[in-house]
Ligand binder design. Structure first.
Ligand SMILES: [Zn+2]
Length: 401
């Protein structure tokens, strides 16, 4: 089946915009991108791009498909909830895809449900984004996320073993907890958790197996520990300083700032069931978090879009609000769109196939009614997300032409 997207605005993914371009998709790949007219082959499906924008399928670098946006996630990860969690996760995967997010990196699952979802999507059992799965989060005993089925490990040897277990289970990426966090009671976001030595052992094991690492890292010392250990992706990065930012630039490490929880937790608050400790910590860290993002952005750190979807009121399918929040915090719309397409693909190591509307790439594409470069808020309006294509196939439930 050939699809021809005709004469419209194309956001390539690297920040470039073609004002009046046409794109041909044959099978699962983009086979032609041309400025102006293109003569579609006979029998091709035609999609008129007049007044619309064609973008690469979005990539969310930080979600939790095993969490469903419940106000209080502290008591969520219970074995007896697993059947319900599975159904909710399948719904979340579908909503994510229909919103135009065709790839996600899941940053911590429960009982390897994230791996099962990845296979279910791959085999066509359920609709969903392509999933990079991290399996069990690895943290110190009593560390951040311990109550979410994390693998607790202490000392470099045990961290090594924990990483090997995740690789044995088949994960794509390793998540290591370098500091305290917001949603785990009794830990402070600013405090360090794994030592540099422990993190280094984890990174070494991951690299041997060709896996990248991401580190939940909020406090300054923890961020530095993670970077010195060679972690490729800093999640949250609440308390960054000049040294951390310089190191990120030098090592080409990415920042995934996850602004959405910051806003959702404060907007909904204790009155809607968010635990008091989570609200209190969020109130305390918000100014530092936004200042850190500004510092990183100005220094030229690679900032990739990630939502932490699944955390309180942070619903799957609302992922692109993060692009709005990046724009609210100093990014140009083009930068925000790139953070969720070309740059995100590079951060996840998927740039050969994804993140751009380019000849040879997989046809993961989104048609947006209007121009998100002029109004980035369009992306969160369901009616503005037109056809979504994944690997050359139109996603059911996305609008058809
Ligand atoms: Zn997270």
């Amino acid at each position: 089946m050939v699809t021809a997207f005709l004469k419209g605005r194309v956001f390539v993914g690297d920040g470039r915009v073609l004002d009046r371009a046409s794109v041909l998709v044959d099978g699962e790949r983009v086979v032609k991108v041309a400025e102006g007219e293109i003569k579609p082959p006979r029998g091709a499906r035609r999609v008129d791009l007049k007044g619309r924008t064609l973008l690469p399928g979005f990539i969310d670098c930080h979600v939790h498909l095993c969490m469903d946006g419940q106000a209080d996630s502290t008591n969520l990860a219970r074995r007896e909830r697993l059947p319900l969690m599975t159904l909710e996760a399948a719904r979340s995967a579908r909503r994510t895809l229909q919103a135009g997010v065709t790839t996600v990196r899941d940053m911590g699952g429960f009982e390897y449900l994230d791996l099962a979802l990845r296979e279910a999507v791959r085999s066509g059992l359920i609709p969903g984004p392509r999933i990079l799965a991290s399996g069990r989060i690895i943290c110190m005993t009593g560390g951040t996320a311990w109550m979410f089925g994390a693998r607790e490990a202490d000392g470099p040897d045990e961290v090594r073993k924990a990483v090997r277990e995740q690789i044995k289970a088949g994960v794509d990426v390793i998540k290591l907890m370098a500091t305290g966090g917001i949603l785990t009671p009794g830990v402070e976001p600013g405090s360090s958790q794994f030592t540099e030595e422990e993190l280094r052992a984890g990174v070494e094991e991951a690299r041997k197996a060709g896996r990248r690492t991401a580190s939940h890292a909020q406090g300054t010392q923890g961020v530095l520990n993670a970077l010195r250990a060679g972690v490729e992706s800093i999640e949250h990065g609440i308390f960054l300083d000049e040294e951390a930012v310089a190191l990120m630039v030098r090592q080409d490490a990415a920042l995934v700032p996850t602004l959405s929880p910051l806003y959702n937790i404060l907007e909904m608050g204790v009155e809607n069931g968010v635990p008091q400790f989570a609200v209190d910590k969020t109130v305390r860290v918000k100014p530092a978090h936004l200042a850190s993002l500004r510092l990183a952005h100005e220094a030229g750190v690679k900032v990739a879009l990630g939502t932490d979807a699944g955390t309180p009121f942070n619903y799957h399918g609302r992922n692109l609000r993060e692009a709005e929040l990046l724009v609210e915090n100093g990014f140009s719309p083009a930068e925000a769109l790139r953070a969720g397409t070309g740059l995100a693909a590079a951060v996840l190591g998927l740039e050969r196939d994804l993140g751009a509307v380019e000849e040879g790439k997989l046809a993961d594409l989104v048609v947006v009614e209007g121009d998100p470069l002029a109004d980035v808020n369009l992306l969160t309006r369901a009616e503005a997300i037109g056809l979504v294509m994944q690997g050359g196939r139109v996603v059911e439930g996305s609008h058809r032409d």
